[in-house]
Design a protein around this ligand. Structure first.
Ligand code: ADP
Ligand code: ADP
Ligand code: ZN
Length: 229
């Protein structure tokens, strides 16, 4: 990686599919830096709604704490607002969306309305058991959002963000072993069928996301470069 951002006139929309802990957020941020696409995480948008105390946020809070999925209605309303903003016009990396078939169908309709579609749906294949450790050790810089891990991605100086120097590290309330198991169940019951959904549309690629972070990043870069043409 040379660190340069490649700019393109082409609109490219990429979906990262995978259970909690698969590395969607980590990889989406790296792709954002590399290709100038915008990371769009419905989890982040929902947490912002909860923090702001909006009606949607109030409804979503308990569901998120339990490890279930927030209603399609709420998630789609939040996503639609976000997709109407100017910065996403060159394309997005969807991280944690869609999570149900209804969401995938609604996304197809939304994109078709502006002559766009999904250029690549990438499934990050992992072992469930390893996700409990990944999630339990996850923390994030409260200032810039950079993600870290107690074992797999430690900051160079303990407690200090490599990217921005911030020292306000945060752990999510739902990142505990018990809730992760509920989230994994929700993934298999409601989200995993999307692998077949995108496979049928011939837009699916599966990659081994048990590999080290940099190896996963290079597999993803190859795919994104290909769709950018
Ligand atoms: P997701 O967004 O899919 O829930 P994250 O990107 O937040 O997952 O990753 C979960 C945790 O695992 C983070 O602490 C991250 O640093 C770490 N992680 C991500 N990818 C890998 C990997 N390939 N190997 C080891 N740890 C990883
Ligand atoms: P992770 O990928 O680590 O599980 P996210 O930040 O993507 O975490 O999601 C956290 C929680 O937010 C989920 O457990 C779920 O309750 C809710 N959520 C996020 N995105 C969606 C979505 N597209 N549909 C329904 N619920 C969602
Ligand atoms: Zn930071």
């Amino acid at each position: 990686m040379d660190g340069a951002t490649l700019t393109t006139a082409k609109t490219v929309n990429v979906i990262l599919l995978g259970p909690p802990g698969a590395g969607k957020g980590t990889q989406a941020r790296m792709l954002e830096e590399k290709f100038g696409l915008v990371q769009l995480s419905t989890g982040d948008l929902l947490r912002a709604a909860v923090a702001a105390g909006t009606e949607a946020g109030k409804e979503a809070k308990a569901v998120m704490e339990s490890g279930g999925l927030v209603s399609d209605e709420i998630v789609l309303a939040i996503l639609k607002d976000r997709l109407a903003e100017d910065d996403v016009k060159a394309g997005v990396i969807l991280d944690g969306f869609p999570r149900t078939t209804a969401q995938a169908e609604a996304l197809d309709e939304m994109l078709a309305a502006s002559d766009q579609g999904i250029d690549a749906a990438i499934s990050l294949a992992v072992d469930d058991e390893a996700m409990v450790e990944r999630i339990s050790g996850r923390f994030t810089c409260g200032s810039c959002g950079e993600g870290y891990h107690d074992t797999f991605k430690k900051p160079a100086i303990a407690g200090t963000c490599d990217k921005c120097g911030g020292t306000d590290m945060k752990r999510r309330a739902d990142d505990n072993a018990e809730t992760v198991r509920e989230r994994l169940k929700a993934y298999h019951a409601q989200t995993a069928p999307l692998i077949t959904y995108y496979d049928k549309k011939r837009s699916l690629t599966e990659i081994n996301a048990m590999a080290a972070i940099d190896e996963v990043a290079s597999s993803l870069e190859t795919i994104v470069k290909r769709v950018l043409g």
